[in-house]
Design a protein. Structure first.
Length: 434
């Protein structure tokens, strides 16, 4: 189907289904803007609903019809499950407690995922009283970072605000570790839970085996189709390869029941300042400081899993440690020599802090990721360095060239721009202070 765009169409006119005829004539930037306008209105109405819930709770009007609680009232009026009604009640309480967040929600700049993260912090009574002092900064993070980045920020903030609680949670995760299996008809489910650091180790092993399965599929396709191989799909999907890699690990282990001393490499990303803070915290030197970074203190694996300071100190004392130096935007400093392709240490350096495709909404992770140049190798003096590397899936690696997109990285993350200079899916900004 041929789509014709009309740059004269005003994106602001699209507010409902009746305006879809106008939407069909819009250019991609206008469609982005129009869709986000509708999303902002939905968010604003959600904030109005939250204020109504607060009013019903404070006035006690839910008692007039015999409802036991405001949650029961929400459940009955909206015909929702108790879990959904409970969540909406928690959100209403959080917005009532944090007027700055309520104002940002009323302006439609906080999405459902950002609200969910803030509500999760609010229900933690160990840190709730600290939230008002951080509300403005958290709103700024919510607006400037993508959803995954904001989730990491909230995790870092919680670890800083309640280090004892974070340590207890980590210890509980380790103590409650378990694996359960269940067969139902033709399906089999294996479920495992444990601490984040061990999970990161398991992910490293699974990712390596999944990459091996991927290379097998690529080789088989090349053998079957020759020079036209890239025009044919791979034999298995990414999910199927990941499962087959999981099975391969178990088959290899079936050959022996002996334990192994072999440890996979798990990278713990931490700054020198944060490493010193961990030492001070674990050994109670009394010199622990507040985080100075705009992105807050963090000690985590490359997949974003929180690492307890005690585990970091154990790693420093008992394991081989590799120092990784990052710049102000979290990018690993150049580790490799000048070359055409990103391989070896240079590729790994890019993936250490950026393990997902940079295109918004994609989310493909390091196993199926490619590393290419931010500025084209042939026309740039930047060369093959970590500062000039960016991760992308195969599809978005190709579209960067065919659609002539440009890429930048700053403290808020990756940004993609069209040839006309407009940003692709820019994040909304918080309301200006009065």
């Amino acid at each position: 189907m041929t789509v014709l765009f009309d740059d004269a169409v005003d994106a602001a006119v699209v507010v409902g289904a009746d305006d879809l005829d106008a939407f069909r004539l819009m250019s991609p930037p206008q469609r982005d803007s129009a869709f986000l306008d509708v999303e902002r209105e939905i968010r604003r109405l959600r904030s109005v609903q939250a204020a109504m819930i607060t009013e019903v709770k404070q006035s006690g009007s839910y008692l007039f019809d015999g409802h036991r609680s405001v949650t029961n009232w929400v459940q009955a009026v909206t015909n929702q499950t108790h879990a959904t009604a409970s969540y909406e009640t928690r959100v209403a309480a959080m917005l009532a407690f944090l007027p700055d967040v309520a104002d940002a929600a009323a302006h439609g700049v906080l999405g459902a995922d950002q609200i969910r993260q803030l509500a999760g912090l609010y229900v933690n009574d160990r840190v709730r009283d600290r939230l008002p002092d951080w509300a403005e900064r958290l709103i700024g993070y919510a607006c400037s970072l993508d959803a995954r980045g904001f989730r990491q920020i909230c995790g870092r903030w919680l670890a800083h605000a309640d280090p004892d609680g974070a340590h207890r949670d980590h210890q509980r995760s380790r103590a409650d570790r378990h694996v359960a299996t269940n067969s139902a008809g033709t399906d089999h489910v294996l479920h495992a839970e444990g601490d984040a650091l061990t999970g990161a180790m398991l992910e490293e092993i699974l990712a390596a085996h999944t990459q091996a399965e991927f290379l097998d599929d690529v080789a088989a396709r090349a053998e079957a189709h020759g020079e036209h191989a890239d025009q044919h799909p791979l034999a298995r999907t990414a999910k199927q390869r990941r499962y087959d890699a999981f099975v391969a690990i178990f088959k290899k282990a079936a050959a022996t029941t002996a334990t192994t001393n072999r440890e996979p490499l798990v990278n713990i990303v931490v700054s020198l300042e944060d490493c010193e803070h961990a030492i001070n915290t674990v050994y109670n030197t009394g010199t622990a400081t507040s985080p100075s970074s705009d992105r807050m203190r963090y000690c985590e694996t490359t997949t974003g899993a929180y690492v307890d300071p005690h585990d970091l100190i154990t790693a420093l004392l008992t394991a081989r440690v590799r120092r990784v130096i990052v710049d102000s935007v979290g990018r690993v400093i150049d580790l490799g020599r000048r070359q055409r392709l990103f391989t070896g240490a240079t590729r790994e350096a890019v993936l250490l802090t950026h393990q997902r495709c940079i295109n918004g909404g994609c989310g493909i992770t390091a196993t199926d990721i490619q590393i290419d140049h931010i500025n084209e190798w042939a026309s740039s003096r930047d060369g093959t360095t970590t500062q000039n590397g960016r991760p992308a899936c195969g599809h978005h690696n190709r579209t960067k060239t065919t659609l002539k997109h440009t890429v930048t990285l700053d403290q808020t993350g990756w940004h993609l721009y069209r040839p006309d200079g407009t940003e692709i899916t820019p994040r909304p900004q918080p309301p200006a202070s009065p």
